[in-house]
Design a protein around this ligand. Structure first.
Ligand SMILES: [Fe+2]
Ligand SMILES: [Fe+2]
Length: 343
């Protein structure tokens, strides 16, 4: 699937690059000057104390230009000193931040408003993926994984009933954990053993980030109540540790559990879509963040958002069942290239 969308930065044009799932090619934004992210190293407050880092937006541009002048002045002094053969130490005890030299723009020329993700991280979801695929549990370990997930479904159904917006939001707080937790031991192993990861660290981190973007999207649709926030704290505390331990003991089992969790997620989003189609849940306009992240049309609705999120879950299902299968073959993940960019 080819998804093309160009982005530009002021004074520069976008360059195409490759990414994407399998056959998908993404157009990747590159600012005119990749080395154009500049630091402001010359800032020293008059009294020698670090400057206050938090500033009002209204003063930031003034401060930035002041910082530029200071930086230029410092550079001039440094060069003059260099000319005289002197060595001048530059002490930096305060930064105004890292300035991005180019403004990011959408392809329609409007300013890119998100700092939590950038144009080159957006993609068009592959909604043609098979949603019905199911890994049949054969081994004892698979059956335990399967029934562990199934048993979690029951209390979830009781708690949320058919409040799918809320349910999605809460479940995404859990779904974003395994990728991050699984990526950590792989990262440490790579360092410890001086070996490549086969791309699996990145693939799992991508999954975590993608799940977190699901959460950022559903936050716009449903607002958590105080007891739901408390529940997230408790669940995260338990699930993070349980999954970490599980991953250390048996990554094969851990990935299988996530594979089945994703199958359940597909089911939940299908039910969500049914209620949106029947009118039980209002099909409100899509949140702005979702329109930019999944490159949806400006008139996209919640139904479109749920459709692309469900497609993402199907991709996560494949990644995790695949990871488990690699372990079942007696191999390490790094021995089989990771499906990077497979959303
Ligand atoms: Fe998700
Ligand atoms: Fe997922």
């Amino acid at each position: 699937m080819l998804s093309c969308r160009s982005f530009s930065s002021s004074g520069s044009s976008a360059a195409a690059s490759m990414g994407g799932r399998g056959l998908e090619i993404h157009q990747v934004f590159r600012p005119a000057s990749m080395g154009g992210i500049r630091q402001m190293p010359q800032l020293v407050t008059g009294n020698g104390f670090p400057a206050v880092m938090v500033r009002l937006m209204s003063t930031s541009s003034t401060n930035a230009s002041k910082a530029k002048k200071e930086a230029t002045k410092g550079k001039g002094e440094k060069e003059a000193a260099k000319g005289k053969g002197e060595k001048k130490e530059v002490v930096v005890n305060s930064y105004w931040g890292i300035e991005q030299s180019n403004k990011l723009l959408r392809e329609d020329g409007t300013e890119w408003k998100w700092t939590c993700f950038r144009p080159w991280e957006t993609y068009t979801a592959d909604t043609s993926i098979d949603l019905t695929k199911h890994h049949k549990p054969k081994t004892m370990l698979d059956k335990i994984a399967y029934w562990t997930v199934k048993s979690m479904r029951f209390p979830t159904d009781i708690f949320f009933q058919r409040r799918y917006g809320c349910r999605a939001m809460m479940l995404e707080t859990v779904a974003a954990v395994p990728g991050m937790v699984g990526g950590m031991p792989l990262h440490l192993r790579s360092l410890r053993r001086f070996e490549q990861s086969g791309g699996w660290i990145r693939a799992l981190m991508e999954e975590a980030e993608n799940e977190r973007m699901h959460l950022m999207t559903f936050m716009e649709v449903a607002k958590p109540r105080w007891y739901e926030r408390a529940l997230v704290l408790a669940v995260q505390g338990v699930f993070f540790n349980a999954y970490f331990l599980g991953y250390i003991l048996s990554p094969k089992f851990a990935h299988r559990v996530v594979g089945y969790l994703e199958e359940e997620a597909i089911h939940s989003y299908t039910e969500y879509l049914k209620d949106l189609e029947s009118g039980k849940i209002e099909n409100v306009p899509a949140p702005a963040i979702a329109i930019d992240y999944w490159r949806l049309p400006a008139n996209a609705t919640l139904k479109d958002v749920v459709t692309v999120v469900r497609a993402d879950e199907a991709h996560h299902r494949d990644v995790n069942h695949f990871a488990s299968d690699i372990h079942y073959q007696g191999m390490q993940l790094r021995e089989s290239p990771a499906p990077i960019g497979y959303h």
